[in-house]
Ligand binder design. Structure first.
Ligand SMILES: [Zn+2]
Length: 353
């Protein structure tokens, strides 16, 4: 009995060894498919983006690990979110909008990248038959177009209304940027984008005569001149915080005219006086007053009853503005209900006269 059992076991072992021998000589069996392998996270690798990791799995696959987008919970991405139509705020009437909207353009979490750098060949403003609601910047077909700020893609498809391939981004402050006549779209709706991300490529699609980017800025569907915010020839942002006034939604409200008073070239004497430390502010005021002849159109408009406003820029202080416009600090304070010690906000609009 014991001997029979021994032989049985020996036979079993021999057949197993023979089988193993056979297996080594025949073709290697096909590897199990990825689906058959046990799948557990094995390791993580870092990427160039500190917030993004790559997870490696035991079945030789990998995936990106990104934290939930902090923008997800913002109401701006929950209300009036329409990915099929260009206008998303039809239920909000112009009259319902506040008189001014403070737009925080850049903060710690995001930056700015010009959609394209170049001269504006066709500005925002009225045209013969239809209004021109954006700024046109010529380009070469295929040139990358960048997201100006962090945001979420609200619209990304061919538009038969004339925009051609159109990408609309909505930014956390509610501002929308529109990019029209693209040759190719590089994003999908509901995707979050970072400032500086390539969202598409320039083209000549839709109602367009020659390759260019038609760039619009809108708030609650209302357009305003994007040159209020972007300096296209240098690709720089004009303000960190911008007070978007309701009056800017008027097609006749153009940045080049409203920001004109900021142009230091109108005050050549002040410019030369600034370098002369021996002049007192009174002497500078006298010099400016001497240039303000009523027969000069520019000065005539300044001295008339028309109000003059100044939009605060980085570095502006009340004293310098008073000298620049030839008025007293007290007068600016009285007109705006502020004190001489009040800190000016960039983008804040001050009445000067
Ligand atoms: Zn255009």
């Amino acid at each position: 009995m014991k001997i029979r059992l021994f032989f049985s076991i020996a036979a079993l072992l021999c057949s197993w060894a023979a089988g193993a021998q056979t297996r080594r000589t025949v073709a290697v069996p096909s590897a199990p498919s990825i689906e058959q392998l046990p799948c557990r996270p094995l390791d993580t690798l870092s990427t160039d983006d500190p917030e993004t990791k790559i997870v490696l799995y035991t079945n030789n696959t990998w995936s990106y690990l990104r934290p939930a987008c902090p923008l997800d919970s913002l109401p701006v991405y929950a209300r009036h979110w329409d990915t099929s139509q260009v206008f998303a705020y039809k239920s909000i009437a112009y009259d319902d909008l506040p008189s001014a909207i403070e737009l925080n353009l850049v903060h710690d979490l995001s930056g700015f990248h010009a959609p394209i750098v170049g001269n504006v060949v066709s500005k925002y403003g009225p045209r013969r038959r239809r209004n021109h609601n954006g700024a046109d910047i010529p380009l070469r077909v295929g040139e990358p177009i960048y997201a100006s700020f962090d945001g979420k893609v609200r619209y990304a498809k061919y538009n038969t209304g004339g925009f051609g391939y159109l990408v609309i981004l909505r930014h956390p402050n509610g501002l929308e940027t529109w990019h029209a006549h693209l040759s190719r779209i590089n994003v999908a709706v509901n995707e979050y984008v970072k400032a500086g991300q390539v969202i598409g490529f320039g083209g000549n699609t839709g109602r367009s005569r020659g390759p260019h980017l038609h760039f619009e800025m809108r708030y609650c569907d209302q357009t305003f001149d994007p040159e209020f915010i972007v300096d296209f020839p240098t690709g720089s942002l004009k303000y960190q915080t911008f007070a978007l006034e309701k009056s800017f939604f008027n097609i006749h409200s153009r940045a080049s005219e409203i920001l004109e008073e900021d142009d230091d070239d109108d005050f050549p004497l002040l410019a030369s006086a600034e370098g002369d430390s021996t002049l007192t502010s009174e002497q500078i005021l006298e010099r400016i007053a001497a240039t303000q002849q009523p027969d000069k159109p520019k000065q005539a408009s300044l001295s008339a009853n028309k109000s003059v406003y100044h939009t605060v820029r980085s570095g502006d202080i009340l004293g310098r503005l008073a000298i620049k416009y030839g008025v007293s600090v007290k007068k600016i304070c009285d007109l705006n209900g502020i004190k001489p010690t009040t800190t000016l906000r960039i983008g804040q609009k001050l009445r000067i006269r």
